[in-house]
Structures are given as structure tokens and as C-alpha cells.
Design a protein. Structure first.
Length: 164
């Protein structure tokens, strides 16, 4: 059983997946820091206040009265929930959506850059000089330097070098 487990763990795709999960977690931490420490303060500055949506909530049901007096609605969601108010905390949801959208844009840009680099590399490989050509008579593929087709034995016309 240990041997099978070792084979399972040492598979190439399993290791790739483990690395991807670890890198993904680190990438998520970077994006969360970007959103919370850089973008949200800028959004707050643009809106003329704080962009801390985490404490944005709507009271759905007041807290039970204490000694016949209904408590005043607190400033933060945590305090309101602790006091017994039933709240709809939409602010945390808005923050999660903003974080998700920014992470999606960042991942899109990373994948786009990777694909661009991959296509540039592919073009460089494709631009290598051809080593074969087609026989104009039998359409077989032959060496580029051949003067006679080895398949149909036709004498090949002399090709002029391509102008650059």
C-alpha cells in the first residue's frame, strides 16, 4: 500500500497540481493585499470617504429589547450581530466581488502574456529555413537541394533564390 501511495504521489501531474495550488494560494494573498491595501483606499479617496465595505449592512430585525428599551444600531456589523440584530451584511459580499474581479483580470493578463510569449517562440521556430520542397510533377516531398525527384525521376527546374 505504501508503494502504491508513493507511485500516486510521485506522478508528474500530481506534483504539477500541488505546485499550482501553492502558487495559486500565494497569488491569492498578493491579490488580496493589492485590493485591501492599495485599491480600496484609492476607491475610498475617489468616493470621498472610506471604501471599507465590510461593515456595510442592513438591519432586517431589531435586537430584542433590554429592560424594555430597543438597543441602538451599532456602527459595525460585528457589534450589531453581537447585540442580537439580524443583519444582511452586503458589504463583505461587495468586497469579495471586487477581489474576484481584480483577481480574474490579473489572471487574464498573466495568461495573455504567457500566450504572447509562447506565440513569439513558436514564430521563431517556424521561421527556420525549410529543408524540403514538393516535386512539381508527382507532388512528393523531396530534399530542398535535389535536382532530380527520387520518386518520379523527373528533372527538377532550377529555382531562383527568393528575393529578400
Amino acid at each position: 500500500m505504501f508503494k502504491e501511495f508513493k507511485e500516486f504521489i510521485m506522478r508528474g501531474n500530481m506534483l504539477d497540481m500541488a505546485v499550482a495550488v501553492i502558487i495559486g494560494g500565494a497569488f491569492g494573498a498578493i491579490i488580496n493585499s493589492l485590493v485591501n491595501n492599495i485599491l480600496m483606499p484609492l476607491i475610498g479617496l475617489a468616493l470621498g470617504g472610506s471604501a471599507d465595505f465590510s461593515n456595510a449592512f442592513i438591519v432586517l430585525k431589531d435586537a430584542p429589547p433590554v429592560d424594555g428599551v430597543v438597543p441602538k444600531v451599532p456602527e459595525t456589523l460585528a457589534e450589531a450581530q453581537e447585540a442580537g440584530f439580524t443583519c444582511l451584511g452586503y458589504g463583505a459580499f461587495i468586497s469579495a466581488i471586487i477581489t474576484f474581479l481584480i483577481m480574474a483580470v490579473c489572471l487574464f493578463l498573466v495568461v495573455k502574456a504567457f500566450n504572447k510569449a509562447k506565440s513569439i517562440r513558436k514564430k521563431e521556430e517556424e521561421e527556420a529555413a525549410p529543408t524540403t520542397k514538393k516535386c512539381p510533377f508527382c507532388k512528393s516531398e523531396i530534399d530542398i537541394e535535389a535536382t532530380r525527384c527520387p520518386h518520379c525521376t523527373s528533372e527538377l527546374p532550377e529555382e531562383e533564390p527568393a528575393a529578400e
